[in-house]
Write a protein that binds this ligand. Structure first.
Ligand code: ADP
Ligand code: MG
Ligand code: MG
Length: 883
């Protein structure tokens, strides 16, 4: 029989440690912590397999589960010496969700379950603290009503506010036992009013209600949105953890807190966290009271008065520091921890690998490798290549003038400018319209995930460094300033006010998530720093990598950036952009409008010196490295005007009549330009164009001492004969230039593989071409029969409905397009064993696609300059995984 309940704590274990798939991350690590002797309240986990079965069988629990759960409760009772539902000394439990990966959107935890009108009296007597007992009961009703019964939580908060106002109190902790007892009365009345039934008094009903709610939350809208954004399969399911309560709300020697074993923003090897005295679980993250710092150093740095835990509770702090060390050694990674202190004793409630910024990820990986905690290869494997993006983009220019409006907490580093927007739906809408948006909220909740995702940055008025906004923003790599307390937000009116000034929706602000500053207007930025930990990790990555990394670049400036980022060549230099430049476009048009070859040659002669200069500039920067140059690719009509108002000027500049221009434009019109007269089809009909480009390439190369290796690439080849014809033109031109200059250089002629026929006929094509570069943008379009420029109308739905696993233009369709790449690579190699193989589509910068390229054995990937480091790291990880 399948076991669905796994016990942990109190020296008993059913061996769940480490099995995150079955027990969820939380459950697996609770057992893991207990197993290494850390203080964990006893409990049990109902497996994710049960969740899947629950949904398979129409949302019912099998009878056998009741026995297993009873067994689990008996385990907790045995360890704690209390009984569930006992009127004299009741056992209370928490019910917690826990998926394989931590997932906002899942059910919130229910604490203090097991309290009712009788047991609350027992708890008061056994603890000797009536206030504590009634505080726990009112918390329980409030949470249960919210997360299990799904009643209007606002009305409960209101009742609490009224109770405080009645007494002129400011803090929850000021309410007395009597106040709380009458608040419980109001809460129960609210439940009955809204739910139509009295608050459940049977503790077993309470428990099954909560368990059902955890499983139910797996299919909640919030959870589904999160899964979609993060590619989490719907059939993973969640586990449920039931655990004995420990109480942080038992007075001044009790507390609750969250901590990281290292600083998650900077990676600094220093404990980092917050705690609240006389409080329970969620109080810290909810921002109800301002939490206190864990360490003295952090308190002093923030200039805060309330004592740190290191100062206020030195003994507990010592226990905690010891636990931090044990956890880091055991899990060999930075940990994110939840703990509670009950009357001076520390209890561990959760540990997991902590989310961190890219900067922190780098520093922690490098530090841990240097400490000998992990190997260099592990350090390389640890850093998410996509997260490097955060570091590779500009930060605020320290010299720029800043009109600072407010200061909050530096919750997630990086800088962003954009228009202020006050709700997540608007943020999403305006971002879709191409605007940069800063989401400004009082505080965020899981309902804001889509808005945070759409925003360039997030600003909140409430919440600390571990608030929802801060944690989620760090995970997403969005800059975030949290807890900017002076900012008064009126989201209904669409305005925030601070220091006598106003910012309305649509006005531009800048936030600096590294300093916490909020500025009016846009602030200038500077290029990122690429040495330090980044440089160290990149050296380790390069040592592990097999594939080369090149850049897609077409100007000397882009080539410079690419080389600074470590590019080992140019994988795609497009030449059409050079044709558009002012001063040249006229010659290009004359060429297009010429009546015969002689006319075209005359126009091309004007372009030759310009093209030669272009290539020279690029070759100089790339000093001897390979440069793949693609000959002219787009259809010629793209160079002619489309607006009626432009025709006269263009005709005059080109020196032809306006009617000739119009006729030619009409002749060039195509119904389906993507499949029209373009790529090598231009070279076949007008060989003189490719001849001029080849001449420019060879003359530029011959002119330089540090001779590059030009790789002349013919686009859109579908047959061997096309490439043969074009290669003849190129070779003939090369020989002519070499004869004129009295010098030879090495060069290659090859082709882009971007048509399915080219992939299929790769064996033949390789007889002519010395290299293949997979143009996976067009290969995706032509294989899927989907136009990239027109796909936006249905692509989102295609991804939502699971037709495409991901946007195939972002991440390679490995199952489909990937087959063509693999087949072409195999057939090409069979003909020409030393054929050079690379990829130059957008996918060359996408980690998942790079893993595929490694598996197929490509020689290099080519990505846009800013993505080169991402590609270097991803290529290293791919090689490590394969090896
Ligand atoms: P989340 O996954 O949202 O962090 P958790 O299940 O970890 O939810 O619980 C939320 C809060 O409740 C945490 O602060 C945790 O420390 C607290 N908590 C959970 N279980 C217990 C318990 N048995 N005793 C005391 N506090 C608890
Ligand atoms: Mg937690
Ligand atoms: Mg193409």
């Amino acid at each position: 029989m399948t076991q669905y309940v796994y016990r942990f704590g109190g020296g008993v274990s059913d061996g769940g440690a480490g099995d995150k798939n079955l027990l969820g991350g939380k459950g697996a690590n609770l057992d893991g912590m207990a197993a290494i002797g850390l203080p964990v309240p006893p409990g049990f986990t109902i497996t994710t397999a049960m969740c899947t079965r629950y949904y398979d069988e129409g949302e019912v629990f099998p009878d056998s589960l009741r026995d297993e759960v009873a067994n689990g409760i008996a385990h907790i009772e045995a360890v704690t010496g209390k009984r569930f539902g006992d009127a004299a000394d009741p056992l209370l439990v928490s019910v917690r969700s826990g998926a394989r990966v931590s997932m906002p959107g899942m059910m919130d935890t229910v604490l203090n379950l097991g309290l009712n009108d009788q047991t609350v009296e027992g708890l008061a007597a056994s603890s000797g603290d009536a206030r504590f007992a009634w505080d726990s009961y009112r918390r329980f009703i409030q949470m249960y009503a919210d997360v299990v019964l799904e009643l209007d939580h606002g009305s409960f908060e209101e009742a609490l506010e009224i109770a405080k106002e009645d007494k002129g109190f400011y803090l929850d902790t000021e309410l007395t036992a009597q106040d709380l007892r009458s608040l419980v009365g109001s809460y129960k009345a609210l439940v009955e009013e809204q739910w139509g039934k009295p608050f459940p008094q049977d503790v077993h009903d309470q428990l099954w209600g909560a368990v059902g709610a955890v499983f139910g939350s797996w299919q909640s809208e919030r959870a589904k949105v999160y899964r979609r954004l993060n590619n989490i399969p719907g059939d993973w399911g969640t586990a449920v953890n039931v655990q004995a309560m420990v109480f942080g709300n038992m007075g001044e020697t009790s507390a609750t807190g969250v901590a990281f074993t290292r600083d998650p923003a900077t990676g600094e090897n220093a404990y980092y966290g917050e705690f609240l005295i006389n409080a329970q679980g969620e109080d810290v993250v909810a921002g109800i009271r301002t939490p206190q710092y864990l360490t003295k150093a952090a308190r002093e740095r923030a200039n805060a008065k309330p004592l740190s835990m290191e100062e206020a509770m030195p003994d507990v702090y010592g226990q905690l520091a010891n636990v931090f060390n044990i956890l880091e050694t055991h899990y060999r990674d930075m940990q994110d921890i939840e703990f509670t202190v009950e009357r001076g004793k520390l209890w561990m409630l959760q540990t997991r690998s902590g989310k961190r910024t890219a900067k922190a990820a780098l520093k922690i990986a490098v530090d841990m490798a240097e400490q000998g905690l992990i190997t260099r290869e592990e350090a390389v494997a640890r850093v998410d290549p996509a997260a490097l993006d955060q570091l590779l983009h500009p930060t605020l220019d320290p010299a720029a003038v800043r009109d600072v409006l407010a200061k909050g907490l530096p919750a997630s580093p990086g800088a962003a400018s954009g228009i202020a927007v006050f709700d997540s739906d608007t943020a999403e809408k305006r971002a879709e319209m191409g605007e940069s948006v800063i989401l400004v909220r009082m505080e965020t909740s899981p309902e804001d995930i889509h808005g945070m995702h759409a925003a360039k940055g997030i600003l909140t008025a409430r919440g600390g460094m571990t608030s929802h906004a801060a944690v989620v923003a760090r995970g997403m790599g969005r800059p975030c300033v949290s807890g900017a307390g002076n900012v008064a937000i009126d989201s209904k009116e669409g305005v925030f006010r601070v220091g006598g000034r106003e910012v309305r929706e649509g006005e531009v602000i800048t936030i600096d998530g590294s300093s916490g500053e909020v500025m009016f207007g846009e602030v200038a930025t500077v290029q990122p720093e690429l040495s330090g930990d980044f440089g160290t990790l990149m050296v380790w990555a390069d040592a592990a990598r097999r594939m080369k990394v090149r850049a897609n670049a077409e100007t000397p400036a882009d080539c410079r950036i690419a080389r600074d980022f470590g590019a080992e060549g140019v994988g795609l230099c497009r030449t059409e952009h050079m044709f558009f430049e002012a001063g040249r476009i006229t010659a290009v048009r004359q060429m297009i409008l010429a009546e015969d070859e002689a006319g075209r040659r005359a126009a091309l002669a004007k372009l030759l010196p310009e093209q030669r200069a272009d290539f020279k500039g690029i070759f100089e920067v790339m000093a001897g490295l390979p440069v793949t140059i693609r000959l002219l690719d787009p259809p010629l009509h793209e160079f002619l005007p489309t607006e009626e108002s432009d025709f006269a000027d263009v005709a005059e500049a080109a020196g032809v009549g306006i009617d000739i221009l119009k006729r030619r434009a009409a002749e060039l019109h195509e119904f389906n330009p993507m499949l029209g007269h373009r790529g090598c089809r231009l070279g076949v009909t007008y060989p003189e164009i490719y001849e001029m480009q080849a001449r420019a390439i060879f003359e530029a190369a011959c002119d330089l001492n540090d001779s590059p290796i030009p790789e002349v690439m013919v686009p859109l080849v579908g047959t061997r004969r096309e490439l043969e014809l074009m290669k003849e033109v190129i070779d003939r031109t090369a020989e002519a230039v070499f004869a004129e200059r009295g010098k030879r250089i090495t060069y290659l002629v090859g082709t882009m593989i971007e048509l399915p026929r080219a992939a299929l006929m790769a064996g033949e094509i390789a007889e002519v071409g010395a290299f293949f570069s997979f143009g996976t943008n067009d290969l995706t379009q032509t294989t899927l029969g989907v136009s990239r420029d027109d796909a936006s109308r249905f692509l989102t739905q295609y991804v939502d409905k699971g037709i495409y696993a991901q946007d195939p233009f972002v991440s390679l369709d490995i199952d489909g397009v990937g087959q063509l790449v693999q087949l072409a690579a195999e057939r090409g190699r069979a003909t020409r064993p030393d054929i050079k193989l690379g990829i130059c589509g957008e996918h060359g910068g996408d980690p998942a696609s790079i893993h595929f390229c490694e598996r197929v054995g490509l020689d290099y990937v080519s990505a846009s300059p800013y993505r080169v480091p991402i590609a270097r790291l991803a290529a290293a990880q791919a090689a490590l995984r394969k090896g």
